[in-house]
Design a protein around this ligand. Sequence first.
Ligand code: ZN
Length: 230
Amino acid sequence: MQNHETKLKKIHYEYDNQEYIVINKCPHCNLDIHPNPESSHSLENGSFKIGVISLSCPSCKKHYFIFNDFGNEVVSSDKYLISIPKYGFNESSLIKNTSSTFQKLYIQSINSEILGYNDIAFFGFIKSLEILLKDIAILEHPESEDEILFCSLTTCLEQFHATNIHLFSKKLLEVLKSDYLHYQKSPDFYVYTELIKDCIDYFLLYLELMLKTITLNDDKKLLDRIKKEH
Ligand SMILES: [Zn+2]
């Protein structure tokens, strides 16, 4: 199976008696790794107390930096600032099969989440799911393209993903449909963000399987459509 971007997490990492928060993926190859620390540096001014850790990936051997803010008022989970290079996606990820509209929004959502912009990420993931569902629906029902493009996420699910809709609980459908302010205040907010991400992962795999099947069946008409779109 290909490596993909599921379960992106910030993890605690001990080095030189300091606890760094790092992401659990290599920003170069996107693999789940336990990075090798090489050195650490600190930078300080009146506002920031920054710890920079240099890491290397045991798989692709490339180097990267993770920046953490060790300022007094910074709580542990907010320490993580950035990675250089910035965490992104590469060719090996499942998203290479998707449309560029999906990729752009999904990458922005993932990056928002890494930076702690959870509310923006929440919107982004819902919209990403909608684009992905519609891209798949259009591949499966090219005759209904206009209808698919202009319907809502839940209508798209009901009408064009009837075989998958059992995966969506009533509650999740409500979340996808209704006002985010209602959920933003509840402890369920994070549970739903994770569920929406799981749905995206599921449909990424579904799309990959579908494309493989189309290729194996040598469905020329569909293959030409896909090439045109991506
Ligand atoms: Zn790597």
